[in-house]
Design a protein around this ligand. Sequence first.
Ligand code: FAD
Length: 505
Amino acid sequence: MANLRLMITLITVLVYLLPSFAKSSESTKVITLPKSLNLTLLTDPSTISTASHDYGNVTAVTPGGVLCPSSSAEISRLLRYAANGDTIFQVAARGQGHSLNGQASVSGGVVINMTCLADITVSEDKEYADVAGGTLWVDVLRETAEQGVSPVSWTDYLHISVGGTLSNAGIGGQMFRNGPQISNVLELDVITGKGETLACSPQLNPELFYGVLGGLGQFGIISRARIVLNHAPKRAKWFKMLYSDFTAFTKDQESLISMNNDTGVDYVEGQQLMSNGIVDTSFFPPSDQSKVADLVKNHSIIYVLEVAKYYDDPTVPTTGQVIDKLTKTLSYLPGFISMHDVPYFDFLNRVQAEEDKLRSLALWEVPHPWLNLYVPKTQILDFHNGVVKDILLKQNSTSGVALFYPTNRNKWDNRMSAMIPDEDVFYVVGLLQSASSQNVQEVESVNEAIISFCKDSGIKIKQYLMHFTRKEDWVGHFGSKWGAFSKRKDLFDPKKLLSPGQDIF
Ligand code: FAD
């Protein structure tokens, strides 16, 4: 989801001011556990500081201690004590802390560093992998691909944890065909807010299973997930094509996500390039880069259709035939197409190089006031006119990436906690802006204006990775599922200990 040049644009100068604008919580109370629990909480300043911040870099919430568990039994012990002991404290599981608004934090409570429990076991028949909740997706890919298999649904960025994405949804360009990551889990081990460890699946404890998937960490801590595997292709042909016409762009995207495996591609995403942002042309050959930049300047907005087709053997002609046919039927601007032929691992891990570069420039840990929305297909044109043209394009400048791609609702299971629009096809719109101390509030105001516009115009968006501070917004978000969501909380975490940083209960 990162785009190097765009991110660098507005943020270079003010990085060192970061701590002064992260909204801070007051608590620094240290938690002392009884010796009989045999658990060690880390309370050194460096560990506490790390656990107080996240990728969003707009909040700072100080825990009373951090547990680096050596087994899931330790998590269970901690939660039993928190639920039954005299000292009440809340508990937040933390993957990589790549949340945006303190969702993996807890004021004065215990943060559990789930990455201490990373582990991957591929089944003998290679149909699934049992993965510890704190494992990073990049490690799951590395381990499974070595054995010739791979999960089927991916986020754009892989240095996030299995438990973290399953608590949200885990979305990306493969989900139009395979569903989000939460649709590709066979069973889970979950430690509830009462400290009980329960295995769950569609057949066993289904209430917990469906509750936890997209459940924002509210019902239990995922200590193990059984992830569906399939054949790991060797390479990917990765294309970007440019459009100046929004309707042609969305028509082609929607056509691509309706195709089956044999005739279609394996990955579909899209982006917008706007003349008030820095335009990253680096995917195109050097000889075309100025033409691409001019195109954006002349049209104000250019749409990038991004697709990938996986393959194993370059001598088998099928892949080439599919691509040939597709590229001939798509209505991109003639000549504005570029293809990279890359190993499967590199394609999936494509954001890593950008992270490395940003880190080397100290531009990774800046504020990220991101806004992620799902927009129903029938309202995407109104959204484009009202938000993209009338709000985003009218800003003096924008930074970061604007993702824009459709997906299919039939790959989601409505019994899960995750919320999506009520239409067969909906769009993922990721306005992934990077900010500085000077403009973070400005970007947040733009995000608020977008939400207000959608509300006033009746555009039925759902937010992803959202952070509401008012109960009525959560009730509105979950709609008819709110009753079930609160009942599950009473059932599995009655003392409301888990993931308080989500600010739901
Ligand atoms: P954390 O931020 O640590 O935790 C997220 C929430 O889950 C918290 O409430 C936490 O308490 C809870 N939690 C964490 N672990 C567990 C567990 N084991 N059991 C129960 N609850 C748990 N998301 C996508 O879907 N698609 C993308 O393409 C995508 N790209 C991204 C790119 C970048 C550069 C970044 C920074 C994030 C991206 N994300 C994407 C968002 C990502 O899914 C979230 O940040 C998510 O929260 C996972 O991050 P994490 O593992 O660090 O979880």
